[in-house]
Design a binder for this molecule. Structure first.
Ligand code: AMP
Ligand code: MG
Length: 282
């Protein structure tokens, strides 16, 4: 996933803890083989290679992540969209070359973007990508799912008191012994609300300031607005607390695209979700 993953877990002895952690890391590695867009042989990349063809049977993991992604696309009116792959590729090229994509390149990429071009059949367990050349990018959601799954593995080993941390995403299970929860700091919250005590939630942070390309003095974010293209202008930072890390991860990415007002509006109807959104210039 391109980041270090750290597990903190309470166990009756180190042997039990080690065994559970090894199983959790193995589950994360397994999910990387499913969702990575850097590994040409990942299940995701093999699916993309068949874009434009008939429906393709996929694993339960990939189906789960894509189902969640599409449902958020609908709720966020396209702000979160895993079909942004062609735009992300142009962004990565710009990061290498220091030159922005041409309007033509941008337009051609845009023809392959749009969550309505992904057809899921959950009963049949298949996914169809309607246009050849489509590229899915699960960079805004797969890490959260992997952390949830790793937490579930620890739980299955009888160790539910755990916190797993990878980059901007955290999944927490039951509280440490004799505590109400895990203490997590939200840098963007009001000072009095900065320290949260949480259990059995995901906490994710996303922002334009983390990764960007600077061209002609403008910052172009790695988080892309699928509705309008590259994002520059006001950098946004967002932290989301949600019932699971797949939700917090994807909502944090969506919140950056939406900006403060719309992000708060989006999560208002979602039980157990809190959003902290700030402009980096504030
Ligand atoms: P995160 O760090 O979780 O906010 O995820 C950022 C990553 O999500 C980017 O590096 C892209 O791989 C992907 N991404 C970029 N823009 C979007 C978007 N609008 N919707 C979904 N995923 C995106
Ligand atoms: Mg995210």
């Amino acid at each position: 996933m391109g980041v270090q993953v750290a597990i903190t877990v309470y166990a009756p002895n180190s042997e039990t803890g080690d065994r559970a952690c090894q199983a959790a890391f193995a589950r994360i590695a397994e999910l990387e083989d499913v969702t990575s867009d850097y590994r040409p042989q990942s299940e995701l990349m093999r699916l993309c290679a068949q874009a434009g063809g008939p429906p393709v049977p996929v694993s339960a993991d990939l189906l789960t992540v894509l189902t969640h992604a599409l449902s958020l696309s609908e709720r966020s009116r396209g702000a979160f969209d895993v079909t942004v792959g062609p735009y992300v590729r142009l962004w990565r090229q710009s990061r290498q070359s220091g030159v922005l994509p041409t309007d033509d390149q941008w337009r051609t990429a845009g023809e392959l973007v749009g969550w309505e071009k992904v057809k899921l059949d959950t009963d049949a367990g298949t996914v169809q990508l309607l246009l050849a050349g489509m590229q899915l990018d699960l960079g805004g959601i797969a890490k959260g799912y992997a952390l949830d799954q790793a937490l579930a593995v620890l739980r299955g080993h009888g160790l539910p008191r755990a916190l797993i941390h990878a980059g901007g995403d955290i999944a927490v299970g039951d509280p440490p012994p004799d505590r109400d929860g895990w203490r997590v700091k939200v840098a963007y919250a009001e000072p009095s609300q900065r320290w949260l005590t949480v259990a059995n939630v995901g906490v994710s942070s996303s922002g334009d300031t983390e990764q960007f390309v600077e061209i002609d003095g403008k910052h172009y974010s790695h988080i892309i607005d699928p509705r309008s293209g590259l994002r520059w202008g006001e950098p946004i930072l967002a932290t989301i607390v949600a019932p699971d890390a797949m939700s917090s991860d994807s909502l944090a990415t969506a919140a950056v695209v939406l900006g403060k007002e719309e992000a708060l509006e989006l999560v208002r109807a979602m039980p157990g979700v809190t959003a902290y959104v700030r402009s980096a210039n504030e």
